[in-house]
Design a protein around this ligand. Structure first.
Ligand SMILES: [Zn+2]
Length: 387
């Protein structure tokens, strides 16, 4: 029952009822109607509408409480500002230098390609960037716009190879992990799990862990609070825990074609795991109780790294294959399940699959053999390490 117009349905029903003069008959119409799927659907949609209004009110309450009490914990770091400045500078350079100096041969190839001449190299660059050139070329826009968009996409895709080249031999900085007794060896874990070569392609500048701070994101603003302050807040307003973020990666800043025009290494940040309950996770049930939190934290780091793999290294063809596999498999974790109807469903299924592959590989192999096979086939480097 897609796009069911529940308001119109209710109006029609109300009209039908009021047109009936006999009260008993009115009641009859309604009770018959109540048994129809349309009535049930309308009722459900009405409930959802009230639900989202309630959520909005809860959010407004959280936002004004945060503004009033936690203003001093609002953060906009120098690091974030530098990152934005770099992206803006790269955009300017792209417009004034990169596009102006495009080699003539490449430009001719692109123009031929736009006119229908197949070109394997251009196709593979655009596929890797998940740029849907087929739709663009078949679409209504004028030839100039087509050529412009394809040129920009090709230049940006090429910048990925340059960024990886520049990143070769560089190690990812791990900061703050020594403070957490569960995972002081997080760096060894990540390097053994993903391999040096694969990590270089992930373009991660550093992995920063704020073990004793909780990050609450409200309406685009980050509040980074000491655990005690956060826990007081949660006592008064339990809903705040739905806005608590354990991790943050900037990977989409790189891939968004409207925002960034050039690939650069970006950081990943982690915050306190306060309030997390790994003992409730089904996939950790065979892990010793005292090891559950460690496996959960390591898995969360692997999950964030995997976002970079999904964005940069799974091209359009592989992505189609992955989507088919996901659509016929069940939800691999409750976390992934929460994204079931979300734009990022396939991203989150992949990153959760990598979490399982690197921390509970037997569980993944036993329960989701096809998903396990996809990772093994495409990224044989990814292995649970023996620590
Ligand atoms: Zn994720």
């Amino acid at each position: 029952m897609e796009n069911f117009e529940f308001q119109k349905y209710r109006d029609d029903l109300a009209q039908k009822i009021t047109q009936e003069p006999d009260h008993t008959k009115r009641r009859e119409i309604l009770s018959l109607e109540k048994m129809t799927p349309e009535y049930q659907e309308a009722k459900k949609l009405r409930r959802l509408e009230f639900g989202s209004e309630k959520n909005k009110n809860d959010n407004d309450q959280l936002i004004s409480y945060a503004e009033e009490h936690y203003g001093e914990y609002k953060i906009f770091t120098d690091e974030l500002r530098d990152l934005i400045n770099t992206i803006v500078a790269n955009r300017n350079e792209f417009e004034t230098v990169t596009k102006a100096n495009i080699p003539e041969e490449l430009l001719n190839q692109i123009l031929d390609f736009c006119e229908g001449m197949p070109n394997e190299q251009i196709e593979s660059l655009l596929n890797r960037a998940n740029f849907n050139y087929e739709n663009l070329l078949a679409g209504e826009v004028d030839e100039y716009t087509k050529a412009k968009l394809i040129t920009e996409a090709v230049l940006k895709a090429k910048s990925y190879d340059l960024a990886v080249e520049e990143n070769r031999g560089k190690e990812i900085d791990f900061i703050g992990f020594e403070k957490d007794q569960d995972i002081p060896d997080a760096k060894d874990f990540i390097y053994q799990t993903f391999s040096r070569g694969l990590l270089e392609k992930c373009l991660i500048s550093k992995i920063d862990y704020n073990a004793d701070k909780v990050n609450v994101a409200l309406n685009g603003t980050d509040y980074v609070l000491p655990i005690e302050i956060y826990s007081d807040w949660q006592k008064i307003m339990p809903g705040v825990k739905n806005h608590k973020y354990r991790a943050e990666s900037m990977v989409l800043w790189n891939t968004d074609p409207k925002f960034s025009k050039k690939f650069i290494p970006t950081p990943i940040r982690f915050f306190s795991f306060y309030g997390e309950e790994p003992n409730k996770l089904d996939y950790l049930k065979d892990v010793l109780d005292e090891k559950k939190m460690r496996q959960y934290k390591l898995g969360t780091i692997a999950h964030e790294v995997a976002h970079h793999i999904y964005e940069y290294l799974i091209d359009a063809d592989k992505r189609n294959n992955w989507k088919e596999i996901v659509d016929r498999s069940g939800s691999i974790t409750n976390y992934a399940q929460a994204y079931k109807n979300h734009n990022f469903k396939y991203d989150e299924f992949f990153t959760e699959a990598v979490r399982l592959k690197t921390t509970v590989p037997d569980y993944l192999e036993r329960n989701f053999p096809e998903i396990n096979q996809f990772i093994t086939d495409n990224f044989p480097e990814i292995q649970a390490p023996i620590l």
